[in-house]
Structure formats: C-alpha cells, structure tokens
Design a protein around this ligand. Structure first.
Ligand code: DLZ
Length: 159
C-alpha cells in the first residue's frame, strides 16, 4: 500500500487521555514508531501513557483493556516482518481484525500503527527515523486523536 495521499490531520487533543500500546519485536523500528507517536501526541496537547506487550498478536487484548479502563483513544504500534512461514499472515490478521473489533465494539478509536512489511528495509523506511520516508507512529497517533475528537463532536451533534 502506498503512503502517497496521506492527509495532514493534526487536531487539538487537549484533555484527551490516550494509551499507547507498543509491541516489543524489531527494536530499532519500534523506537522510531514510538518517538513519532510521542511527537504527534505532544503536538496535539493530549495526555498519554505507554505500555508494552510482547508481540503484535497481544495488541488487541491490551487495547481492549485500555478501552475498558476509560481511554479516549488507543494507539497500537507493532512491527511484523515476513518470514519463511505463514506465521506472518496469522499475526498480521489477528492484530488487524482484533484491533478493528476493539475499536468498533467499544467505540474507542484505535490508531493502527502496525507495520506489516516484507523486510526490515521497508519497515525502517516507514519508522519516522532519520532518512525514513514515512512516519507511521505519528500518523497512527494523529488518526487516533482526530477520530476521538470527531466522536466527541458527534455525541454533541443534534440528531
Ligand atoms: C512469533 C512472532 C514472529 C515470528 N514474528 C513477529 C513479528 O515480526 N512481530 C511481532 O510483533 N511479533 C512477532 N511474533 C510474536 C507474536 O506476535 C506473539 O507475541 C507470539 O506468537 C506469542 O503470542
């Protein structure tokens, strides 16, 4: 999927409580994603806490707990790199459908910052590091905050 055409969605997130959940695989790429998410959240004015899970497969259960605990938005960060077995497909699919389910079921937006890449070079290029072309951690955080603001406004809108 191309990153071309991505919108600029910086909004005022003052007062929002965001939980950032980061998997622990592929440390250098994850450090970049986390820094990008932090930069975006700081710029938005939202407050946030960070927790870690072992792998991307564990992101949905932690997101569900964060939503049940009162988070206004969740940012889920993971890095999955294709290997020689179908495991890649299972982990990517579980993370994607699990996070979608949490978001739709709880009404708490989940920013999807899970990289699903063929190799490490692709992941590094999307990690918001020096020389990267994309900053997917920041994008996921911006999307989560912008959607939380939209949902808050929707609640206030007369039907
Ligand atoms: C097992 C596994 C593999 C092979 N690769 C990755 C990966 O590239 N990225 C990632 O986030 N997690 C990986 N995992 C771990 C699974 O997500 C999960 O943590 C384990 O299967 C234990 O439930």
């Amino acid at each position: 999927m191309s990153g071309a055409g991505a919108p600029k969605v910086t909004v005022d997130g003052t007062g929002l409580r965001v939980v950032v959940i980061a998997a622990s695989w592929h440390e250098q790429v994850m450090d970049g994603l986390l820094d990008g998410a932090r930069r975006a959240l700081r710029a938005s004015g939202a407050g946030w806490t960070e927790v870690r899970v072992p792998g991307s497969f564990e992101l949905p259960v932690a997101a569900a707990r964060a939503a049940a605990g009162g988070a206004d938005a969740v940012v889920a960060l993971g890095v999955v790199i294709r290997g020689g077995t179908p495991h890649f497909e299972y982990v990517c699919s579980a993370a994607t459908s699990g996070l979608t389910d949490v978001s739709v079921r709880t009404g708490v937006p989940v920013g999807f910052g899970v990289l699903t890449c063929d190799d490490e070079a692709q992941a590094l290029d999307r990690a918001g590091l020096e020389g990267s072309h994309e900053d997917k951690g920041a994008e996921a955080a911006e999307a989560a905050v912008a959607t939380a603001v939209t949902l808050r406004d929707l609640k206030l809108a007369p039907v």
